[in-house]
Design a protein around this ligand. Structure first.
Ligand SMILES: [Zn+2]
Length: 641
C-alpha cells in the first residue's frame, strides 16, 4: 500500500510542483508485475555476477588494498554499474522486503566503502598508485558521473531504509565534490552529466540545500566551452550552448537527457520558471521532430546521439535503452512540475516499447540499441560472452559497455513510483496496472483504490474504491492520446471521454467501481512526411504497444524487406494476434538498380501478415524485423483477397 504523505520510496521527490509523487504503489499482477519479479529474482544477481567476473567489483578491493595498476579492468565508468545495481537492489528491497537484496546491499556497500579515500573521493580509475591524477580527464574520465550514480543509489536507500553505510559513503563523496568544484573551487564540469541529477535528489532527500546549489553550479557552468573540443564537437556533451538558451536536444542522447532531468530539478527547487520553460520547449521540439514511434531517442550510432530534425532512420536507429530510461526521468519530473498529460503519455510509450523491449523473458539478456528495422537476423548467443557491440539483433548477456542492464533493473524495481500522483484534492492515476494505492490528503481525507485490469492485453480498467470517505475528492484517470473513443463508466452511467485527464469528483463509498474503457482495436499509424526515411510506410499500433513483423512469420523469411502492405485493408485483431494484408513481390536482379522507369509492384499473392508487439521481437530466436512497412494499395481492379 502507498503512503502518499510520508514521501516514502519515490525516485523523485520535489519540494513543490503541481502534483506530488506517491510512494510506490505495489503492482500486484500483470504485465509489469511479471517483469518486476524476473528483475528481482534473476536480473539483479545476473548483473552482480558479471561485475564480479569481469573484475569491476574487484577494482574497489584493489584501491582499498593499495594494489591498483594501470591495467585496471573495465571502462572508467564501470564503477557506476555497481552503484546502479545498488540503487536497483535498494528499490527492490523496499518493494519486496527481500532479505537477499538486503544482504547484497551490505555486501556491495562494504566493498565500495573500503575504497573511499579519507577526503571522500571515491573512484577506482584515477588517483591511486600509478593511475592518472584525479580529474585529469574531465571529458572522458566519468569520475563525477560515477559519483552521481552513487548519490542516486543512496537516495534509494534513504527513502526505503534510512541512513546507513551507503548513505554515509555518499555524503562524504558529495561533500568532497562540493569542496572541490564549489563556487570557490575548480570551475569545471564532467563530460557525462549525471552528478547534477544525483546531487539535486540527494539534497532533497537529506534536506541539504548545498547539494542542490552544487547541482545548479554545474548546470550553469555547462555550455560555455569548459570541456576540450573533440572531433564530435562540444554538442556531444552539451557544452556548446547553455541549457537555458538551447532550442532542442542534441549530441549524446543519454547525456542530454540526464542533464535535462537535473535542469528540471534545479528549476523546480529554485522557482526558476525561465529554466523550466526552456526545458519544456526543448522537450516539445525534440519529441515532435527527433523521437521514434517507440519513444526511442538517438538516431546516430556514431555519437550515440540525436540527429537533426526529422532524421529518424528506422534501420540505423540507435535508441539506446538508457536513453529510454533517461527520457522517462525527464518526462516524470516535467509532469510533477506541470501536471501536463503529454509527459505521462510519452512515459507510457517508452515503457512499453523501450523498457519492456530490452530484457529477455528470463531477465538475463538485454538489447542495448533498439532499432526499428533489423535487416539480418542476429547471431544466437550462449549467454557466456561479453558482447563487444551495442547492436546485433539479439539480446546479449552483458556488454563491454554495459550501462543498459542496470538501468533497466533500477527502473523496473522503482516502477511503482510512476503509477500515480496526488494533489490537494485527489488522486491521479497515469499508468494502468493491477495495484493498490492509498493516500491521505493533508486535510485528512482518505483515498484508497485498487486497480484491476488486464491492460495492455485488454483496455478495461476498473478502479475499485477501497475505503469510505464522507467528503468528496477527485479521482483523475489518464486517457492516452491514442485512445480516441474511450468511455468512462461511473455511477452506472457510461459517457465518452476525450484524451487527457478525465475526472470524477464525489464522496466515494468503499466498493464503488469506476471503469475506464480504452479502445484496443489495432490501428495504422502514418509518419509525418518530413520523416523522409519512412515516407510511404505505415506502422501498426495496438493500445500502447507498437507492433512489428518478424521474418520468421512470413512464407519467405528472406523477403521481409520486400513486404508491401495494403493500406486500405484495416488491421484486425484475431485470436492468434493482429493481422494485416501484404504481399512479397519477387524482383528480378539487374546489373544496375536505378532504371529511369518506375518498377511496378509485381503481382504477388496477398496473404495475412501476423504482427507481434515490438517488445517481444526476437523472443523466439534470431529474426529480422521491421516496424515501418512500405504501403501500396493494389491497382484498380486487382483481385485482393
Ligand atoms: Zn545504455
Amino acid at each position: 500500500m502507498t503512503e502518499g504523505t510520508t514521501g516514502g520510496s519515490c525516485p523523485v521527490l520535489p519540494s513543490r510542483g503541481r502534483v506530488r509523487p506517491l510512494a510506490q504503489a505495489s503492482i500486484t499482477d500483470g504485465f509489469w508485475a511479471a517483469r518486476q519479479a524476473v528483475n528481482g529474482t534473476a536480473t539483479l544477481a545476473h548483473c552482480e555476477s558479471w561485475m564480479e567476473r569481469l573484475g569491476w567489483l574487484a577494482n574497489f578491493d584493489r584501491v582499498a588494498d593499495g594494489t591498483t595498476s594501470p591495467d585496471r579492468p573495465g571502462w572508467p565508468f564501470s564503477d557506476s554499474e555497481v552503484y546502479k545495481l545498488l540503487e536497483a537492489l535498494a528499490w527492490e528491497r523496499g518493494r519486496t522486503g527481500d532479505p537477499e537484496a538486503e544482504v547484497a546491499i551490505k555486501r556491495l556497500t562494504a566493498r565500495v566503502a573500503r575504497a573511499q579515500d579519507p577526503d571522500g573521493y571515491l573512484g577506482t580509475c584515477f588517483g591511486h598508485g600509478e593511475q592518472r591524477p584525479r580529474y585529469s580527464d574531465l571529458e572522458g574520465g566519468h569520475e563525477l558521473y560515477n559519483i552521481g550514480h552513487l548519490l542516486q543509489a543512496a537516495v534509494a536507500r534513504l527513502r526505503t531504509a534510512g541512513e546507513d553505510d551507503l548513505v554515509r559513503v555518499a555524503r562524504r563523496a558529495a561533500d568532497h565534490v562540493c569542496r572541490t568544484f564549489g563556487a570557490d573551487g575548480l570551475p569545471k564540469i564532467c563530460g557525462h552529466p549525471e552528478i547534477e541529477v544525483g546531487l539535486a535528489e540527494f539534497g532533497r532527500a537529506l534536506g541539504e540545500e548545498r547539494y542542490v546549489e552544487q547541482a545548479r553550479l554545474f548546470l550553469e557552468r555547462r555550455g560555455h566551452g569548459t570541456l576540450r573540443d573533440i572531433p564530435l564537437g562540444r554538442a556531444y556533451f552539451q557544452d556548446d550552448v547553455p541549457i537555458r538558451e538551447a532550442e532542442v536536444w542534441r549530441g549524446h542522447a543519454v547525456r542530454a537527457l540526464y542533464l535535462t532531468a537535473a535542469a528540471v530539478d534545479v528549476a523546480v527547487e529554485r522557482g526558476d520558471d525561465e529554466l523550466l520553460r526552456a526545458v519544456e520547449r526543448q522537450w516539445e521540439r525534440s519529441v515532435a521532430r527527433r523521437t521514434y514511434i517507440t519513444g526511442g531517442m538517438g538516431s546516430r550510432h556514431q555519437d550515440e546521439g540525436f540527429g537533426e530534425d526529422w532524421e529518424l532512420p528506422p534501420d540505423r536507429a540507435y535508441c539506446e535503452t538508457c536513453a529510454g530510461v533517461a527520457s522517462i526521468m525527464v518526462s516524470w519530473r516535467l509532469y510533477l512540475a506541470t501536471a501536463d498529460v503529454r509527459y505521462t503519455d510519452l512515459i507510457e510509450r517508452t515503457l512499453y516499447n523501450i523498457i519492456a523491449t530490452s530484457p529477455s523473458p528470463d531477465g538475463r539478456a538485454f538489447f542495448y540499441a533498439n532499432p526499428l528495422h533489423q535487416r539480418v537476423p542476429g547471431k544466437p548467443t550462449d549467454g557466456t560472452e561479453v558482447s563487444p557491440r551495442a547492436e546485433g539483433g539479439t539480446r546479449a548477456a552483458w556488454f563491454d559497455v554495459s550501462c543498459c542492464p542496470t538501468n533497466v533493473a533500477r527502473t523496473l524495481a522503482s516502477l511503482g513510483g510512476y503509477l500515480a500522483t496526488a494533489d490537494d484534492d485527489g488522486l491521479q492515476i497515469h499508468q494502468y496496472a493491477p495495484c493498490a494505492i492509498s493516500v491521505e490528503l493533508p486535510d485528512g481525507r482518505r483515498m484508497a483504490v485498487d486497480v484491476e485490469t488486464g491492460y495492455p492485453e485488454t483496455g478495461t480498467i476498473h478502479v475499485r474504491i477501497a475505503a469510505d470517505e464522507p467528503l468528496p475528492w477527485t479521482l483523475a484517470l489518464r486517457v492516452p492520446a491514442w485512445a480516441v473513443g474511450a468511455r468512462l463508466i461511473s455511477d452506472g452511467r457510461a459517457q465518452p471521454v476525450d484524451p487527457g485527464m478525465v475526472e470524477v469528483r464525489r464522496a466515494f463509498r468503499a466498493g464503488e467501481v469506476i471503469t475506464l474503457e480504452l479502445p484496443m482495436a489495432p490501428r495504422f499509424t502514418r509518419p509525418d512526411p518530413r520523416v523522409d526515411a519512412i515516407r510511404g510506410c505505415v506502422a501498426v499500433e495496438r493500445g500502447p504497444e507498437v507492433l512489428c513483423v518478424e521474418s520468421r512469420d512470413l512464407p519467405d523469411p528472406g523477403g521481409l524487406d520486400a513486404l508491401t502492405i495494403d493500406p486500405l485493408f484495416a488491421p484486425r485483431a484475431e485470436p492468434g494476434g493482429v493481422r494485416i494484408r501484404g504481399r512479397l513481390p519477387a524482383y528480378a536482379d539487374r546489373p544496375w538498380p536505378y532504371p529511369t522507369a518506375t518498377t511496378p509492384v509485381e503481382n504477388a499473392e496477398w496473404f495475412d501478415v501476423p504482427l507481434r508487439p515490438y517488445h517481444s521481437w526476437a523472443h523466439r530466436g534470431p529474426s529480422s524485423m521491421r516496424i515501418w512497412l512500405p504501403a501500396s494499395p493494389p491497382p484498380e481492379g486487382e483481385q485482393r483477397a
